[in-house]
Ligand binder design. Structure first.
Ligand code: NAD
Length: 320
């Protein structure tokens, strides 16, 4: 049976990934400091290890088997906006934490290291073309984006002289069940749905004409799992998005429709801006589709509908 480490496994994407790996019969060790994640997210059957990835001594103290097949490194301070509150901590977690996890992966003879980077590495896109491929110039405009880019670079440097085969995924806007509905600084869909969950008008910080490439969590988990044993992804960087453009206004209309609240002007208030925010960019996902023979399956209407059902089911979590 293969054994995996999933860092950030008490968070949104990590817990969904760990749950699927366990369901498929693998052994999973989760490393998380619970700074933004929740113990209740940790799936049954996972070994949970509470540790801060920015502190290598804590990582060395975790009881792990001698051989790990793959490290899925997802733990992060995951908000561009919050990275301006404490840039030094962002460097510790998002950059040094990645270096520490590479060292741990090598100690545990891991052949694979899969890293969730972000579309934030690209920064603001200029020019007419909004469909961005992996060769596009990286000019991050948040500490978060800059530390994600630095992590990508340290991964490629480190793996040059080791036997670890790494794959880097630049995730676009991931949404779906498992998001933190109390975090108002990360996740556009979850932030807007939090307002509706509390029966309050949605505060939109920025233009309604901004746009994003929203990808459902199930599609992202498919990519992460299938890449593990796919040699075409070794040593490569991939955009992970649907390739489809959705404006903020379109997203809001889908959310309001799913909640049977059709009066847009009554439910949406636009005011201010968000630090480190961009107008928009869409994933050119050709490289990923060719390498993995993958296509996104969940459309935005269906995805938001599934998410609403999950929010309804977990309502008491968010009220206490
Ligand atoms: N959600 C998105 O749309 C999106 C987009 C692009 C990239 N990503 C990346 O995907 C990964 C997962 O994101 P997410 O949305 O699940 O975020 P999340 O905040 O829900 O999960 C991150 C997890 O990491 C843990 N963590 C934070 N600091 C830690 C530390 N020092 N030591 C150990 N654990 C720590 C948190 O407790 C949390 O459980 C992150 O690397 C994020 O940057 C996410």
């Amino acid at each position: 049976m293969k054994t995996y480490i999933v860092t950030g496994g008490a968070g949104f994407i990590g817990s969904n990934l760990a749950r699927r790996l366990i369901k498929e019969g693998y052994k999973v060790y989760i490393i998380d400091d619970l700074s933004t994640g929740f113990l209740r997210n940790v799936p049954e059957g996972a070994m949970f290890c509470k540790a801060d990835i920015s502190d290598f001594k804590q990582l060395q103290m975790i009881e792990l088997p001698d051989k790990i097949d793959c490290v899925f490194h997802l733990a992060a301070q995951s908000s561009g906006e919050a990275s301006f509150d404490d840039p030094a901590r962002d460097i510790d977690v998002n950059y040094k934490g990645t270096y520490n996890m590479l060292k741990l992966a090598e100690m545990k003879h891991s052949q694979r290291f899969i890293y969730t980077s972000s579309m934030s590495v690209y920064g603001e896109v200029t020019g007419m073309n909004i469909y961005i491929d992996e060769t596009y110039n990286c000019t991050p405009i948040s500490y978060y984006g800059s530390n994600k880019l630095a992590s990508e670079q340290v991964i490629s440097l480190y793996t040059r002289t080791s036997t670890i085969k790494a794959t880097i995924f630049r995730l676009f806007n991931v949404y779906g069940p498992g998001q933190n509905m109390l975090n108002m600084k990360q996740g556009m869909a979850s932030i807007y749905m939090s307002y509706i969950m509390n029966n309050e008008p949605i505060l939109v910080k920025g233009s309604l004409e901004r746009f994003r490439d929203f990808i459902h969590i199930d599609d992202v988990v498919d990519v992460l799992i299938h890449s593990e044993g796919c040699p075409e992804t070794y040593g490569e960087i991939f955009n992970v998005g649907t390739g489809l453009k959705t404006t903020v206004s379109e997203l809001l209309r889908v959310i309001l429709r799913v909640y049977n609240k059709e009066e847009f002007d009554q439910w949406v208030i636009c005011s201010g801006n968000t630090a480190g925010d961009v107008t928009g960019l869409i994933a050119d996902n050709n490289k990923l589709r060719n390498a993995l023979k993958w296509n996104a399956k969940v459309n935005i209407e269906e995805g938001i509908y599934k998410m609403k059902n999950w929010i309804d089911e977990t309502m008491e979590w968010w009220r206490n």
